[in-house]
Design a protein around this ligand. Structure first.
Ligand SMILES: Nc1ncnc2c1ncn2[C@@H]1O[C@H](C[S@+](CC[C@H]([NH3+])C(=O)[O-])CC(=O)[O-])[C@@H](O)[C@H]1O
Length: 342
């Protein structure tokens, strides 16, 4: 079954035709010919999800909700069993009929911090880089976006989205199994691009910022959310070893440093709109993601530092625009050194 075709049709009706062949080739390689050992198991789950009549969706509330008056105990039990086979659920929360997926992350808290600062999403084409299972994508659709394309290399995240979309059945939103770096160069297609929770996973933050800029239309809006540390424009933490038990964390700048990185990468109108420490209400233990979570990553005696003795997770939201015209670097006229007279 081709889970992505209708979304590509939808994008094509918004002027995407030029890039469609490149996306189809990528999907062929990354999905249809994938050798990932878990994918067949996830696809099997999707095939076991039963059709449900008369589904109603409420995407504009903290718990994204899918309901049906026609739900029966046996249908509900089958759905619950299949959703559990797609654990761990890191992102949520969702009500799916009788099942409350209170995932590890309360993404609604981040969305409520981001949302007030966004340019009106109505009629915009949105790219969500590192979208996870599409929780934010559903909220963006509810905010009026014309299309939302999530990209995420995690097959589990893609399949969680596809499982939810068995009921929601939207073509305007999808999560495609690819990374930002795999997109065609200089697409300049999207009106708003989100990169939330991705920059600190990248070894080369400037390449990430430049790649994000290349996906945006001139004048388009970047929404960047990432881990930061307190400090001035010269402050950057590069954890030598683990950070909050994660071993794939590279650059944690201050928000002032990040602003200057964005300007250096060619963005304009750069501003930090929100900054706060991550609470243990936002990232928490969950039956839907067994194992450890933020309470275990913080120092047992003081919550201001991680178990490694580094500053506790703090996140900033920055907004910036791609210039309307590609500004060229200024030319410097270097005066020839004056020759000392004899
Ligand atoms: N190069 C890449 N390109 C695209 N996706 C990537 C890449 N590298 C990693 N990812 C994906 O980015 C997501 C990062 S989680 C943030 C989720 C959501 N945005 C959130 O803001 O809660 C981090 C967190 O929860 O801290 C994962 O789903 C990765 O697979």
């Amino acid at each position: 079954m081709n889970y992505f075709e209708h979304h590509l049709d939808c994008l094509e009706s918004h002027g995407f035709g030029k890039w469609r062949p490149a996306f189809e080739e990528l999907l062929q390689h990354l999905w249809f010919q994938s050798k990932d050992g878990n994918l067949p198991r996830f696809l099997n789950v999707l095939q076991q999800i039963p059709a449900v009549p008369d589904v109603t969706c409420q995407l504009n509330q903290d718990w994204v909700a899918i309901t049906s008056e026609q739900m029966t105990p046996s249908l509900s039990e089958t759905i619950g069993q299949q959703l559990k086979k797609l654990m761990p659920w890191r992102k949520g929360p969702f009500h799916v009929f009788d099942h409350s997926i209170d995932a590890e992350w309360r993404c609604d808290l981040k969305w409520n911090r981001v949302m007030p600062f966004l340019s009106d999403l109505r009629h915009r084409k949105v790219l969500d880089v590192g979208s996870g299972n599409g929780y934010y994508g559903f909220r963006m659709l509810a905010a009026g976006a014309a299309t939302v394309t999530g990209i995420d290399p995690s097959y589990l995240s893609v399949c969680q989205f596809l499982a939810l979309n068995c009921f929601v059945q939207t073509h305007r939103l999808n999560v495609l199994p690819m990374t930002l770096e795999q997109l065609p160069a200089n697409m300049e297609f999207w009106d708003t691009v989100f990169s939330m929770g991705v920059l600190y996973h990248r070894r080369s933050p400037f390449d990430h910022l430049t790649d994000l800029k290349a996906t945006l239309k001139p004048g388009g809006e970047l929404v960047l959310e990432t881990l930061v540390v307190e400090g001035d424009e010269k402050t950057v933490l590069v954890p030598e070893s683990r950070y909050a038990m994660m071993n794939n964390i590279y650059f944690l700048p201050s928000s002032k440093a990040l602003e200057s990185w964005l300007r250096k990468a060619g963005f304009v109108n750069v501003r930090t709109v929100e900054e706060s420490y991550t609470s243990t209400q936002e990232q928490k233990h969950s039956d839907w993601k067994p194992g450890t979570s933020l309470p275990d990553y913080l120092h047992p005696n003081t919550k201001h530092i991680t178990v490694e003795g580094l500053p506790a997770p703090r996140r900033a939201i920055l907004i910036a625009n791609k210039p309307l015209e590609n500004t060229k670097l200024p030319r410097y006229h270097i005066k020839p050194a004056s020759v000392p007279s004899e």
